[in-house]
Design a protein around this ligand. Structure first.
Ligand code: ZN
Ligand code: ZN
Length: 387
C-alpha cells in the first residue's frame, strides 16, 4: 500500500508539474516583438509608363516575395504614383489604392502599405508613406513635405549617398548633403528620417549624417532600411517593435516613434537605457530604441552580446562593454544608439528630448543654381534609372 501511495504521490506531482509547465509555456500574452519588413520597393505597373517594365514584380508578386522572405509588412514605393494610367487616364495613386482594396488577402500575407518614391533629381529621392497620396503627389517638393507632415505621414530620404561610381554615372544622392552649396537645407526639418541601409548607399556615411542631424535639430530622426527591389526579391531590412497584432496604425506609430532597428537582424534592439527613477510598481524606468526618457544626470546603458558598438551623441565609445554608466550635465539632451557589426542598427534612445515643434517656415521651392539639369519639381525618372 505504501508503494502504491508513493506512486500515486509521484503521479500527482507529475500532473501538477505538467500543469505548471503548460502554464509557463503558455505564458502571459507576448508583450511585444521585433517584426521584419521593408520600407522601399518597386512594382510594375505602375513603374514606369509607358512600358511598365521597370520592376520584375507586380503588386501580387511583391506580396509573394515578401512572404517568401518572412516579411511581416511591406511599404511599396513605386516611382509612378504621380503619373496617370495611359489607358484609363486615372492617377496611379488612386488606381493602386483601389487594386489593393479589391485584392483578397491570404491569411499569411504581410501587411501592405502603398507609398511612393518621389523621384525628383533635385533635391533627391524621398520615400513617402502613410498619407493621402493622391493629394500630395502633384505638389512641388516643399509643399508636398508640408502636406505629408500635416497628414501625419512619413517622408524619408532615400539612398542618401548613392553617388556616381564606375558602373553608374548617375548621382542619386541627397544633394543638400552631397552638394551643400546648391542649398536645400530648408527641407531637413520637414523630413522624417533617412535610409540607413540601402544596397547602393553606404551605411557608414548615412549613420554619420544621422547623428549630425539629430544633434542639430534635437529631435527624433528615424533611420530605416530598404531593399529598393527592382529584380523581384525582398529582404528583411527594417524591424519595428509591435505589441499585439500588427495593424497599419501600429506600424505607422512604431515607425514614427523610431521603434525601429535597421539591418538583416534585430539584435541591436536589445539596447536599453535605465535611469534612477522608479515607476509606480517600484521598477526602474527603462527605455528601448526610439523611446525618450527624462533623466537627471546619469543613466545605465545595456545590451546583449559582445559585438555591440555603442554611440553616445554620435561618438563611438571605443571598447565599451555592457553595462555602461553614462554621466552628463543635469537635464542635457543626449542620444544613445547601438550597432552590431553591419548587421543591425538600433534607432537611438533619447535622453531629455525637447518637445518637437512644427518647423516655423514651409520649405521654400528654391530654384537650384544655373547648370542644374532639372527643376525642383518632382519628375519621374526614365525607366533606365533604377532606385
Ligand atoms: Zn530612388
Ligand atoms: Zn527606389
Amino acid at each position: 500500500m505504501a508503494d502504491l501511495f508513493g506512486w500515486r504521490r509521484i503521479a500527482l506531482a507529475a500532473l501538477v508539474w505538467a500543469a505548471l509547465c503548460a502554464a509557463v509555456l503558455a505564458g502571459p500574452a507576448v508583450a511585444g516583438q521585433w517584426l521584419p519588413g521593408d520600407m522601399h520597393s518597386h512594382i510594375s505597373p505602375p513603374d514606369v509608363p509607358p512600358t511598365y517594365k521597370h520592376a520584375t514584380n507586380n503588386l501580387e508578386g511583391a506580396i509573394a516575395a515578401a512572404r517568401a522572405s518572412g516579411l511581416k509588412w511591406l511599404v511599396v514605393t513605386p516611382h509612378a504614383m504621380d503619373q496617370n494610367d495611359e489607358k484609363t487616364g486615372r492617377l496611379w495613386a488612386v488606381e493602386m489604392n483601389e487594386r489593393l482594396a479589391k485584392r483578397e488577402a491570404k491569411a499569411d500575407d504581410p501587411l501592405v502599405v502603398l507609398g511612393w518614391e518621389c523621384t525628383a533629381e533635385w533635391p533627391g529621392h524621398i520615400t513617402v508613406s502613410f498619407c493621402d497620396l493622391a493629394t500630395v503627389v502633384k505638389l512641388p517638393v516643399g509643399k508636398m513635405l508640408e502636406k505629408i507632415r500635416g497628414q501625419g505621414g512619413l517622408a524619408i530620404v532615400a539612398h542618401p549617398y548613392d553617388l556616381p561610381n564606375l558602373f553608374d554615372r548617375n548621382n542619386r544622392s541627397w544633394r543638400p548633403w552631397t552638394e551643400p552649396q546648391r542649398g536645400g537645407q530648408e527641407f531637413a526639418p520637414w523630413l522624417s528620417g533617412l535610409e540607413i541601409r540601402h544596397p547602393m548607399s553606404p551605411a557608414s556615411q548615412a549613420t554619420e549624417r544621422w547623428d549630425q542631424w539629430i544633434g542639430r535639430e534635437q529631435r527624433r530622426v528615424i533611420g530605416v532600411g530598404s531593399t529598393d527591389d527592382h529584380v523581384g526579391v525582398l529582404y528583411r531590412t527594417t524591424w519595428v517593435w509591435i505589441e499585439g497584432d500588427l495593424t497599419r496604425d501600429k506600424l505607422r506609430e512604431a515607425l514614427k516613434g523610431g521603434r525601429v532597428v535597421v539591418g538583416g537582424e534585430a539584435s541591436a534592439g536589445t539596447l536599453a537605457v535605465t535611469i534612477d527613477r522608479h515607476d509606480s510598481a517600484g521598477k526602474a524606468v527603462s527605455a528601448g530604441p526610439g523611446e525618450a526618457l527624462d533623466a537627471r544626470d546619469h543613466a545605465n546603458i545595456s545590451w546583449i552580446g559582445s559585438e555591440g558598438r555603442l554611440f553616445i551623441d554620435g561618438k563611438l565609445q571605443a571598447d565599451a562593454r555592457s553595462p555602461v554608466e553614462f554621466k552628463f550635465d543635469q537635464g542635457t539632451f543626449h542620444w544613445v544608439r547601438l550597432e552590431v557589426g553591419t548587421r543591425s542598427y538600433a534607432n537611438p534612445v533619447y535622453l531629455n528630448l525637447p518637445v518637437e515643434k512644427t518647423p516655423p517656415l514651409r520649405p521654400e521651392e528654391k530654384k537650384p543654381p544655373v547648370g542644374t539639369p532639372t527643376s525642383a519639381q518632382p519628375a519621374v525618372v526614365p525607366a533606365a534609372s533604377k532606385h
